[in-house]
Ligand binder design. Structure first.
Ligand code: SF4
Length: 441
């Protein structure tokens, strides 16, 4: 989400005549887009700003320094009070005002600006794309479909930093997707904090007589776009996996067989404390139905270990759920208390040492299952969309299978954007290696 927001702000600034600096050492404006999801992320952003103030500001006093995003939203004026070098603080509903605020600061009309107010229709303003400045064609793009979340999980700061659920209209989203496809994009990932709640709070956005949920109606509309090859979405909520969405995996060929479904815990007692709104049984039922709709589906998840009150027995249930589902991968987080969230004030906070031990134990289980799953691809033929050179080794090209596994192969720039069949020759740690030549023999 943050990467997408940063890209939209950068594209808005480029449209106003700014250009992207190769690094902060050359920039006249440095904006840190911040995350509040864990305390560590906030401390890192504050530390980074202190370094910028000490190094960059010292040599170039006119550089504009600012915070945007979730920490800017939750701390607001406090950031300027504590860090006097900060000129600009832009909340999560104000990204589109960045260029105007910079004009005011650079022209000297205003010295410091803090804007974290709510703004109606701001959800529709994250729409501009850079697409790598068009010098290298991007084949995959993110499209923000909604902002905010009303689930209020007890550990999560998002409803306080991103506000209530607000969705864009289907025609607005489809227009943005069409424009991207006309610029060479082949794969679109629909983005939101809780995408499966898309349109639920505004009945004017969708077709009333349809029995399909607004989110599935949106998937259908995006699916109609000629030239678009693949659709993905993130993040959904297990509560949103109704039969209509599960059925969409079987009936919409462009919808990739991959699902990132955050489970957070395998214990019903902890799920209730977290205010997640489903049970272990319900979650397992969704997985079963998804695999029945498409046996090739890749399933990943997020899990929190050491949530307040999590006992050894609760943790064992999480371990057993991970073994039962056999996730392709899982992102494991040690619980981190966020200020002003209900869980931070709950009794029985789990000591850090135990959180770390549980994190390690679950990680080993997830890695062992992942290794087995990835190894099962060796010798098989699979289809990938080539995204560009590998980040770690530019001599290799990188693509993704429909079930969202990264595949590296010896290719060249001419393969970018192609849908290719590869034979998988070996598996590494959550990466596959393939060879197109074997397929073509
Ligand atoms: S559904 Fe996701 S974004 Fe919403 S409160 Fe829960 S964890 Fe946070």
């Amino acid at each position: 989400m943050n990467e997408r927001d940063s890209e939209a702000v950068a594209a808005q600034l480029v449209a106003k005549g700014y250009s992207l600096a190769p690094s902060e050492n050359f920039a006249d404006v440095i904006l840190l887009n911040t995350c509040s999801v864990r305390d560590f992320a906030e401390q890192k952003a504050i530390g980074k700003m202190q370094n910028l103030a000490a190094d960059v500001r010292k040599n170039r006093p006119n550089v504009v320094l600012g915070f945007m995003g979730c920490m800017a939203q939750s701390r607001g004026q406090e950031l300027v009070d504590k860090l006097p070098d900060v000129d600009l603080v832009i909340g999560t509903q104000k990204f589109h005002r960045t260029a105007d605020y910079l004009d005011e600061i650079i022209s000297g009309t205003r010295e410091k600006i803090v804007d974290v107010k709510a703004e109606e229709k701001s959800e529709a303003t994250i729409r501009e794309h850079l697409l790598n400045g068009n010098s290298q064609k991007s084949v995959s793009a993110f499209v923000s479909i909604m902002q905010g979340c009303n689930q209020y999980c007890t550990f999560c700061i998002v409803p306080y930093t991103r506000g209530e659920e607000r969705s864009r209209t289907i025609p607005d989203i489809v227009n943005e997707c069409r424009e991207l496809v006309s610029r060479g994009v082949k794969e679109i990932t629909l983005l939101g904090q809780i995408v499966t709640s898309y349109g639920k709070r505004d009945s004017s956005l969708t077709t009333h007589h349809s029995s399909l949920s607004p989110f599935v109606q949106l998937l259908e509309a995006v699916h109609e776009i000629d030239g678009l090859e693949r659709i993905r979405f993130t993040s959904p909520h297990p509560k949103g996996y109704g039969d209509d969405l599960i059925d969409a995996y079987a009936r919409l060929p462009k919808l990739c067989e991959s699902a990132h479904i955050p489970v957070q815990s395998g214990s019903d007692r902890v799920l209730k404390l977290m205010h997640r709104g489903y049970t272990r049984e319900k979650f397992l039922g969704i997985i079963k139905k998804l695999r029945a709709a498409n046996p090739e589906i890749g399933i990943t998840t997020d899990i929190i270990v050491g949530f307040p009150g999590e006992t050894e027995k609760d943790f064992e249930e999480t371990l057993s759920l991970a073994r039962e589902v056999e996730f392709d991968n899982a992102y494991i987080f040690k619980y981190s208390p966020r200020r002003d969230t209900p869980a931070a004030a709950m009794p029985d906070q789990v000591p850090q040492k135990i959180r770390e031990e549980r994190n390690q134990q679950l990680l080993e289980t997830v890695n062992e299952i992942g290794k087995r799953k990835y190894n099962s691809f060796v010798g098989r033929q699979t289809q990938i969309l080539v995204e560009g050179p590998s980040k770690k080794n530019a001599a290799r090209m990188s693509g993704r299978t429909r079930c969202n596994k990264i595949v590296l192969f010896d290719g060249s720039e001419r393969h970018r954007g192609q849908i290719m069949d590869l034979k998988i020759t070996r598996a590494g740690s959550f990466t596959l290696y393939g060879d197109p030549a074997i397929v073509n023999l």
